[in-house]
Design a protein around this ligand. Structure first.
Ligand SMILES: [Zn+2]
Ligand SMILES: [Zn+2]
Length: 256
């Protein structure tokens, strides 16, 4: 198969017995993308062209700052500032005062904002705000892991067993896989995947809820000598299952 490159890390992620193998994959990809961005690559013209154009999202500015290599980050930011000033100049030169009708003003509070209030300038500004070089690097590889996952699920018995014995996925990755399944699986395989992953999600929610209850009960002085069972890390696992993040992780830093 052409995605052999992705098979080993994916299998390792399932063997890690994490609350979600795709969170595990995402964290590795994110760390790779951050070390790549602030590694030697930032001096390469084609990479800098991309970081100049895309910038970064809130989360990744923070993670790049925490990583170290402040000089590298200053280089990246400085040329991004140069590029941004150029784009803003042309974007904002078309900004004009708008006369909104009463109806348009009333619609402001409505869930679906009227598209007509999006001027080309605000549209472009929103595009600038939502683009991120680190996210785009992660997304590219993450999609390939999803493809590989569905491929292995239907072609490799050993991998299928790993999936069956796993703790399933976090809610965001479960949702993502549910959306993707019809593009990669035949109907029969989709049914298997849907049933199995839903069962795992329900089991996980019940299991973590029980761990959280025991965590609370442990605060009762009568239980102080009782064993923690699986409750000690119930909060970080509980948050990961809901949101796909590792709250307990220390900031990822450059190793010299
Ligand atoms: Zn996840
Ligand atoms: Zn990002």
């Amino acid at each position: 198969m052409k995605d052999t490159l992705y098979t080993i890390p994916l299998t390792d992620a399932f063997k890690a017995e994490d609350e979600c193998p795709f969170c595990f994959i995402y964290r590795n990809l994110e760390q790779d993308a951050i070390s790549f961005t602030l590694g030697a690559s930032y001096m390469e013209d084609d990479i800098r062209e991309k970081t100049d154009a895309l910038g970064f999202c809130k989360e990744h500015y923070k993670k790049l700052y925490d990583y170290g290599n402040r000089l590298g980050l200053a280089f990246i930011l400085q040329t991004h500032y140069v590029a941004l000033q150029k784009t803003l100049k042309s974007t904002l030169s078309h900004t004009r005062a708008q006369n909104l009708s009463l109806l348009q003003k009333l619609k402001k509070g409505a869930k679906v904002q009227s598209a007509s209030t999006h001027t080309p300038a605000t549209q472009k500004l929103n595009d600038t705000l939502s683009s991120c070089y680190v996210c785009s690097r992660i997304d590219y590889n993450f999609d390939r892991y999803i493809k590989t996952f569905f491929y292995l699920l239907t072609t490799n018995e050993e991998f299928k067993t790993l999936f069956i014995n796993s703790k399933g996925f976090c809610l965001p990755h479960f949702t993502k896989l549910l959306e993707e399944a019809p593009y990669h699986l035949k109907e029969k395989d989709q049914t298997f995947f849907l049933e199995e992953s839903q069962k795992k999600l329900q089991e996980s929610l019940a299991r973590i809820e029980e761990d959280l209850s025991w965590f609370i009960d442990k605060y009762d002085y009568r239980n102080s000598a009782a064993p923690w069972k699986n409750a000690k890390d119930a909060i970080p696992r509980g948050i990961q299952k809901l949101s796909g993040i590792y709250v307990q992780d220390e900031p990822f830093k450059e190793t010299k």
